[in-house]
Design a protein around this ligand. Structure first.
Ligand code: BES
Ligand code: ZN
Ligand code: ZN
Length: 501
């Protein structure tokens, strides 16, 4: 799929060629100057009059009309050299791939034309392969008649003078693995709730474990009962679909120490239960397992890249349904930790299943915890649809997650966690905790609730209710599931440094 070559020649017979174009004053240099020469100065003219655009993320195309071997040249505008960041470069590649991916079978890249002082060919290779996987993603769906595209880009030849071929190949592999893992998460989120049940999600995890040699443990209902996971079970109580607690273990260090616990909310459909959602609010709730999908996507990347880290992934999976046996507001339930919970709102189910999952992750030796969940509409009110809400009990761990999110291009923003917020979660008159102390700042109290179960273990909470899906197409993907936090989690794990004790 990716081929590396040196010494580019314009006379080679090629369907298409891609060149990065910075906004520079003065004469054209290098390959561009050669190209301009072949076209008797015409390229320079087109750049000057803006028909070939140098502006950031602008894509321009010229036909060479037999002047050279290459039939079509695509220019990717990169703006001013000093302003180009890795994120902008990845987005630009994304935009290019969206434009060309049904126009060519194969294409060649002049990769060195995409580099600046801060970003070398290895970065460009990573950005390119990641964007290729992400931007060409498409959810197959269930239509009887599929619209088969005429062409699909599947061969990318990369011309570069970079000397270390192995390093280059590694960068391409890493970028592609990040993109692919994200696409797997997107697939899981896009599958409807009748087809992706807790049992199916467990089967998916079993297949992943077999592929990457992870240890796998799937708890069925009777085992969940014997472990006393009363909070998780309460959410499942109204369903005819049995729950699953899914555990995957990846051991990249000799000893099972400094274990990172990744915990993902895996509600396959959220009706709200007796605190039922409105008829418009309920549509789309198949995506309430976006946290689980991010964790599974990250585990795929971890399986591919095998970092020297220890990871336990824990996913509580069930739907949240209504029936004669469903849990109700006012019920009091007992979590695995022993903490009792007064249920005030059955639609605040995510924190209940996560409570037991966090306890279980610690049981499996997790020394650090990151939970990911489509937890609250409140985070959308607070931060909108582009930013994931974060909370923590440990700023140093948070710094590491923040850095990973920045590099992954998945922005997060921290919400506060004060004593007064904790007090609200602890304000039940008849139980240790209550699951819904009111709508004010409810993204914060939802996080605070999970924090009660993390206790002293360093923990970061990521609320992706606003970011797990996109309503419109964007540079790196189509409308629908985004796979958000897959890459952040994987990068976080790869770079993770244990905190000083
Ligand atoms: N799954 C929802 C949160 C959600 C909302 C996800 C919108 C994706 C898009 C969650 O279980 C929920 O219903 N939260 C309630 C909590 C409330 C009852 C305290 C909410 O945010 O309204
Ligand atoms: Zn809910
Ligand atoms: Zn939910």
């Amino acid at each position: 799929m990716f081929y590396l070559k040196k010494d580019f020649q314009f006379q080679e017979n090629q369907e298409g060629l891609v060149i990065g174009l910075f906004e520079r004053s003065g004469k054209l240099e290098g390959t561009l100057a050669e190209l301009d020469h072949e076209f008797n100065g015409y390229i320079h003219e087109l750049i000057k009059n803006g028909e070939i655009s140098v502006k950031e993320k602008n894509i321009s195309k010229i036909h060479t009309l037999g002047k050279i071997g290459t039939k079509t040249i695509w220019f990717v505008g990169l703006g001013k050299e000093k302003n180009l960041t890795f994120e902008k470069l990845r987005d630009s590649f994304g935009r290019l791939f969206k434009e060309i991916h049904h126009k060519h079978w194969e294409i060649a890249f002049l990769l060195d034309s995409f580099t600046n002082e801060k970003m070398d060919t290895l970065d460009a290779a990573h950005a390119m392969s990641e964007a290729y996987a992400l931007a060409t993603y498409h959810f197959q769906g269930y239509k009887q008649k599929q619209n088969e595209p005429e062409k699909s880009l599947s061969e990318l030849t990369i011309y570069t003078d970079y000397c270390d071929q192995e390093e280059l190949e590694a960068s391409i592999t890493v970028g592609y693995a990040f993109g692919k893992g994200t696409n797997s998460a997107r697939n899981l989120v896009n599958i409807p709730g009748n087809l992706l049940t807790a049992e199916e999600m467990a089967n998916y995890a079993i297949d992943l474990a077999a592929k990457y040699d992870f240890e796998v443990e799937i708890l069925e209902k009777d085992e969940i009962e014997s472990l006393g996971m009363g909070a998780f079970l309460a959410v499942n109580q109204g369903s005819t679909e049995p729950p699953r607690m899914i555990v995957l273990k990846y051991q990249g260090k000799e000893l099972w120490e400094d274990v990172i616990g990744l915990v993902g909310k895996g509600i396959t459909f959220d009706t709200g239960g007796y605190s039922i959602k409105t008829k418009s609010g309920i549509v789309g709730m198949k995506t309430d397992m976006g946290g689980a999908a991010a964790v599974l996507g990250a585990m795929e990347i971890i399986g591919e890249l095998k970092p020297e880290q220890n990871v336990v992934a824990v996913i509580p999976s069930t739907d949240n349904m209504i029936s004669g046996s469903a849990f109700k507001p006012d019920d009091v339930i007992t979590s695995m930790s022993g903490k009792t919970i007064e249920v005030l709102n059955t639609d605040a189910e995510g924190r209940l299943v996560l409570a037991d999952a966090v306890t279980y992750a610690k049981h499996h030796g997790a020394n650090y915890l990151v939970d990911v969940a489509t937890l609250t509409g409140g985070v959308i009110t607070a931060l909108g649809l582009h930013t994931t809400g974060a909370m923590t009990n440990n700023e140093c761990l948070y710094e590491q997650v923040l850095e990973a999110s920045f590099e992954a291009g998945e922005p997060i923003w921290q919400l506060p966690l004060f004593e007064k917020d904790k007090e609200r979660v602890r304000s039940s008159k008849i139980a240790d905790l209550n699951n819904s102390p009111g709508r004010e700042g409810h993204a914060i109290v939802a996080g605070a609730f999970i924090g009660e179960f993390a206790e002293e273990t360093p923990w970061v909470h990521l609320d992706i209710a606003g970011t797990a899906t996109a309503s419109k197409d964007y540079d790196l993907g189509p409308a629908g599931a985004t796979g958000v936090m897959t890459r952040t989690l994987a990068l976080f794990v790869e770079r993770f440094e244990p905190l000083e004790k």
